[in-house]
Design a protein around this ligand. Structure first.
Ligand code: C2O
Ligand code: CU
Length: 491
């Protein structure tokens, strides 16, 4: 086998990182904490996924292993030789891209381009199955705004397993509006991709593939992660890639920070916050000012998950069992940050304005529909409108170019994370309160708390098909696999 340029770059990168880990960390060369040594407080350097650029992207999903505990390595999956997760694909809006996905698993998979506005047949949902050993080569024009998107398996009833093992990756879209702004964008230096998730380990160190909540946080697949960041404005692109847990992100000193982007790209202006809630599948881009910190000092990015109202995923008080975990109902660190010297050409101010999005309003709506979360009683699976997911069932028919208002009704047991393929929507109302300013941009996932009805508006334009459906579903992988998913045609 000969290595292509990317593979060589990856190899060099992986070797460099390995050297960094082995030279900076504790004597036993362990790259992770132990499930039977949960008091391991050693920090490990945050893994930054390598990047792929251009208009042709080759992805290759395979089984792997990763040393996450003392003792046996953990069986994992990764794209392109990574031991967990995959490369970050960097695309330009307007480009026509070709992606070649090879499935080197012994099982089927699919790859969904989460958040992308593309034809249904290119979407990588449950219908675009890639058999073991086979390849799939979708192509599409990138129509999305600059922002943070992701790819992940979407094989029905296997999404939780493959995601838990580590299959997934970021997609960063660039466009001229974002590029013209004075924002941090040096990947891995002042522009940091951050995947938050957690895992529970079986006694043989394998991942528990069925649990709702993990016990140990993994940031980019790294336990007890630490990063050195320059003394200036730093951008994070945070993805909640959990099975079910929500994150309530803030900093250990409660400092203010700024939300600049939602799932579908930049907000019109930065929104100042001290906390931002992120449900499964949601992304947020934030700016935090480290310019007043002392070089050599440190702080933590944390998730403040204690004391949430019932229905908040991960707020359940149990510390074990399927609905409990060691991270439930507590405040816990997600990333240890050490302040390093300012870089040349740092970003030192916050832009006052970012974009000129014009959002849909009630006056634009041409059709409305209501989707109700049902089921879930006495251990049964959740459903939409009392219909469990059917591979050949079309649950909603939508006219091409319709501007639709969807109201998701949830008076049923627990909170959920609602995702719609094909479109970016605007959250128009929440029955129990106001729509937070930090979620006022374009979205493809919306958190639906227990007891609330949430309305969103989207336009279903550009792509139609009488045969290839798009999905809408709860992004909790266990709920989605359990049938809390429906299909719509646009035609
Ligand atoms: Cu992130 Cu239907 O998916
Ligand atoms: Cu759900």
């Amino acid at each position: 086998m000969t290595l292509n340029k990317y593979q060589i770059n990856t190899l060099v990168f992986v070797l460099t990182i390995s050297v960094a880990i082995f030279s900076c960390n504790k004597p036993n060369n362990n790259t992770g904490n132990s499930s039977n040594a949960s008091n391991d407080t050693t920090h490990y350097i945050l893994w930054i996924p390598p990047t792929l650029t251009g208009t042709t992207f080759n992805l290759n999903l395979a089984n792997s292993t990763k040393q996450l505990n003392t003792g046996a390595a953990t069986a994992t999956m990764g794209y392109n030789g990574n031991s967990f997760w995959g490369p970050t694909l960097i695309m330009n809006k307007g480009d026509n891209v070709q992606i070649n996905v090879t499935n080197n698993l012994a099982d089927q998979t699919t790859v969904h381009w989460h958040g992308f506005h593309i034809p249904a047949i290119m979407d990588g949902g449950p219908h675009q199955i890639i058999n073991a050993g086979a390849a799939w080569s979708p192509n599409f024009q990138v129509k999305n705004n600059a922002g943070t998107y992701w790819y992940h398996p979407h094989l029905h009833q296997k999404t939780q397993e493959q995601l838990t093992k580590g299959a997934g990756g970021f997609i960063i879209v660039k466009d001229p509006i974002e590029s013209a702004l004075a924002l941090p964008r040096t990947y891995g230096t002042d522009d940091i991709p951050l995947i938050l998730t957690s895992r529970r380990y079986n006694t043989d160190n394998s991942f528990d593939l069925t649990t709702t909540y993990g016990d140990y946080l993994l940031a980019n697949g790294t336990p007890n992660a630490e990063i050195s960041l320059p003394k200036q404005f730093v951008r994070f692109r945070i993805l909640n890639a959990e099975i079910e847990r929500s994150y309530n992100v803030g900093f250990s000193d409660d400092r203010t920070f700024y939300v600049i982007g939602n799932d579908g790209g930049l907000l019109n202006a930065p929104v100042q916050v001290t906390r931002v809630k992120l449900a499964v599948g949601e992304r947020v881009e934030i700016l935090v000012n480290l310019g007043n910190d002392v070089v050599g000092s440190s702080l933590d990015m944390k998730s403040f998950n204690s004391g949430q109202t019932f229905g908040y995923p991960g707020g359940e008080p149990a510390s074990s069992g399927n609905f409990g975990s060691l991270l439930n109902n507590i405040d816990f660190p997600v990333l240890h940050i050490k302040i390093a010297a300012t870089t040349s050409n740092p970003i030192t101010t916050l832009p006052a304005t970012l974009a000129n999005n014009v959002y849909w309003t009630n006056a634009d709506v041409t059709n409305s529909r209501t989707i109700t979360i049902t089921g879930g009683q006495a251990g049964s699976a959740f459903t939409f409108d009392n219909n469990t997911y059917g591979f050949t069932t079309i649950n909603q028919n939508i006219q091409l170019n319709a501007i639709e208002k969807w109201t998701i009704v949830n008076n049923n047991i627990f909170g959920h994370s609602f995702h719609v393929h094909d479109v970016q929507f605007k959250i128009i109302s929440r029955s129990l309160g106001t729509v937070a300013a930090y979620e006022s941009g374009w979205k493809d996932v919306v958190y639906i708390p227990l007891g609330e009805s949430v309305s969103v508006i989207a336009k279903f334009d550009d792509f139609s098909s009488g045969v290839n459906p798009y999905m809408y579903h709860c992004h909790f992988a266990n709920h989605e696999d359990g049938g809390l998913m429906g299909q719509f045609l646009v035609q």
